[in-house]
Design a protein around this ligand. Structure first.
Ligand code: SPV
Ligand code: MG
Length: 672
């Protein structure tokens, strides 16, 4: 694509302003002239070839262009009879440089804002800029438009017309037709056909050039004919240069796609970047590898970013109300899909104060997808995965975990997401339950499934997922064995082991006092915790002490005494369990525990007291909510039902409606 700039005119209406240089060199701000602005816009759009027609002061113009030192190759073509002809003849003079390529054609006295130029350059068809909001000018160009296409251009048309500016994109096939007609005009021997507008030649073609009317509405796109125009345009430019543009980023890796977007955005005004908080990013996308504080620094150091601010919610409301940006820029991927509510809110807030939403086509480049895939893969590495539970706890205050007992249930915990209020909700972690792991193996939950087998389950889950793992360590076994378990789990990348203060043959807590269960002594259990903490190698791994006093009906005081003792012995968290339907004793425990200990994370397994919402648990001071067995308890009955259905019907057809489609199964399981 080439740019053609017409600068042969005399510009006599500018008076003294054009007594020593051509009109295009008129200053429109303290930093730029009409021409320097046009050339910079052309260079920024990645166009390198410019054809410029000249006339009076041509050497001044050539020297000036060279002094701008832009990455452009400019071919100057002088119209030797510039004072006796119009620009149609200047184009004719330059004809040999203008064949076989798309052309951006502009008059040398035209000033337009970057967004207008971006629209012209990126137009898929030939186009001319028009404005549906401006009054029809008496003496300037108007375009007759039919079905969105420009039919005629001239100053004499008033019917079905819009104000038009001589800024065009011309696809090769359309431009060739127009250029041929320009050549025919200039070679006709008729003097008048060299003194008219090039558009007269276009009009002869009677709409045969497929030129779309590109409506730029009230955006700046004006010719400067006289000092009055200059004053108006200069003040519009001042207003434009003080505009602010707002963009939000969640990314922790900046690639070419982001830079291209930033470049586009900062051409519209001073760019403010909102960096989404770690909490928002981890809920909406994935856990960020780089924390928000560092992501902010990353953006602060990108040329063209004017300011970087925190964005602590997925909703833009707070920042839009605070910074009142003139423009919000976003990819067009949020026009539909789960982000639509966020987009709609942005559009309505902007509309309330006259701001504008600019959406660029979203890039689905496989190169960028590969970067994201690599980042996700990194999250599954033991060191990165292990540390993430602690970090997520610090970040969110409340972490949710769902049980997984196999690769496939791990994938369900990993991938299940619901879209609410423009955001995504996912589980933060996985619980490898002794009950569910044993059940999946058809064994009772009595520490019968040995550690090697339990580790095998962890390995299956880890192989296909990235989320942090909390391991149900039962009683932890003998202290002498527990230290090895800690090291193995830590090495594998497990984030937390929970051990319960029971001894002897462990039975599942939900049996309560219906079966014989023995609680360990405070002393013994503290010793086990101390030994485990001493054995671990990293600061990330956590040992959680689970208190069974309420399950075994030993009372609140015993539960609290144990909690404080276990924390004193080094437990990183405590889990208080209950099998009552009402949450009262759990609430009472948290309240009393928090009176003395404000920081140690409290873990809950609300299988029985399941009416309480996560927000309430958080408000009351809990930190980890484990949904301990729901996949097992829903999955196996569905299987029993399928088995019965086949038996009853002597065939599988009746079972079909209950089955997941093979296609859905395949999409659930990713292929490397
Ligand atoms: C498990 O899931 O194995 C547990 C929690 O230990 S509970 O079943 O509630 O005891
Ligand atoms: Mg268990």
């Amino acid at each position: 694509m080439k740019a053609l700039i017409l600068n042969s005119g005399l510009g006599t209406r500018m008076g003294v302003l054009t007594s020593e240089h051509p009109k295009c060199m008129t200053e429109i701000s303290s930093r730029e002239t009409i021409l320097s602005r046009q050339l910079k816009q052309i260079a920024d759009a990645g166009i390198t070839e410019v054809i410029m027609t000249t006339g009076a002061f041509d050497s001044v113009l050539v020297n000036y262009c060279n002094s701008l030192d832009l990455p452009l190759h400019i071919t100057f073509v002088k119209n030797p009879v510039y004072d006796k002809t119009n620009y149609i003849y200047s184009i004719y003079c330059a004809r040999e440089y203008l064949k076989d390529d798309d052309v951006i054609l502009m008059h040398g006295d035209l000033v337009f804002e970057n967004e207008v130029f971006d629209k012209v350059v990126s137009s898929e068809t030939s186009c001319m800029t028009v404005s549906s909001t401006l009054d029809l000018p008496e003496k300037d160009f108007k375009a007759v438009i039919k079905d969105g296409k420009v039919q005629k251009v001239g100053i004499e048309f008033f019917n079905d017309a819009m104000a038009a500016q001589p800024l065009y994109k011309l696809k090769k096939e359309d431009w060739d037709k127009w250029l041929d007609e320009i050549i025919a005009f200039c070679e006709s021997g008729d003097e008048a056909k060299r003194k008219c507008y090039a558009e007269n030649a276009l009009n002869e073609l009677d709409g045969a050039c497929n030129i779309a009317a590109l409506d730029v509405r009230e955006m700046l796109c004006s010719e400067i004919d006289d000092p009055d125009d200059l004053a108006v345009v200069s003040s519009r430019l001042k207003e434009i240069s003080s505009r602010t543009v707002y963009m939000t980023f969640s990314t922790d890796i900046i690639h070419g796609g982001h830079i291209a977007m930033i470049k586009k955005a900062q051409r519209l005004g001073r760019l403010i970047v909102g960096v989404l908080s770690d909490e928002v990013v981890s809920g909406y996308k994935r856990y960020p590898l780089v924390p928000a504080s560092e992501r902010k620094v990353m953006f602060e150091n990108i040329a063209g970013v004017y300011r970087v601010v925190d964005q602590n919610t997925l909703s833009y409301r707070e920042n839009l109300e605070k910074y009142k940006p003139d423009i919000v820029v976003h990819g067009d991927d949020w026009v539909s899909g789960f982000q639509k509510p966020v987009r709609d809110e942005v559009a309505s807030i902007l509309a309330s104060y006259g701001g504008k939403l600019v959406e660029y086509p979203y890039s689905n480049d496989s190169k960028y997808k590969a970067i994201e895939d690599r980042t996700r893969a990194e999250l599954s590495l033991p060191d990165v995965r292990r540390s993430r539970l602690k970090k997520t706890l610090e970040m969110k205050g409340l972490v949710t975990a769902l049980e997984a007992h196999s690769g496939i249930t791990g994938l369900i915990v990993e991938k299940t997401a619901v879209y609410q209020n423009g955001g995504t909700k996912q589980f933060d972690a996985m619980w490898v339950s002794s009950l569910c792991d044993s059940t999946a193996k058809g064994k009772p939950d009595i520490e019968l499934v040995d550690m090697t087998s339990r580790f095998r389950t962890i390995d299956d889950i880890m192989e296909v997922t990235t989320k942090p793992i909390i391991f149900d360590g039962d009683t932890g076994g003998l202290t002498e064995h527990f230290v090895y378990t800690v090291r193995s789990l830590e090495r594998m990348g497990v984030s937390m082991v929970i051990i319960e203060d029971k001894t002897g043959l462990k039975k599942n807590s939900l049996f309560g006092t219906e079966v014989r269960q023995t609680q360990d002594s405070i002393e013994n259990f503290c010793e086990k915790i101390r030994a485990g903490k001493k054995a671990q190698k990293t600061a990330d791994f956590m040992i959680c002490a689970r208190i069974e006093s309420l399950i075994l009906e030993r009372g609140m005081d015993d539960a609290l005494e144990r909690a404080f003792a276990f924390v004193g012995a080094g437990a990183d968290a405590i889990m208080i369990h209950s099998r009552r339907k009402e949450p009262d004793e759990i609430f009472e425990f948290i309240e009393k525990f928090r009176e003395k200990d404000k920081t140690t994370p409290v873990v809950l397994v609300p299988t029985s007291f399941n009416t309480v919402y996560e927000e309430e648990f958080k408000e009351r001071g809990a930190n980890i909510i484990i949904y301990a067995n729901q996949l097992t308890r829903t999955g196996f009955p569905a299987m029993q039902d399928a088995a019965r259905t086949i038996l009853e019907n002597h065939r599988a057809k009746e079972c079909d409606d209950k089955c997941m489609s093979i296609k859905d199964i395949i999409t659930l399981i990713p292929e490397e």
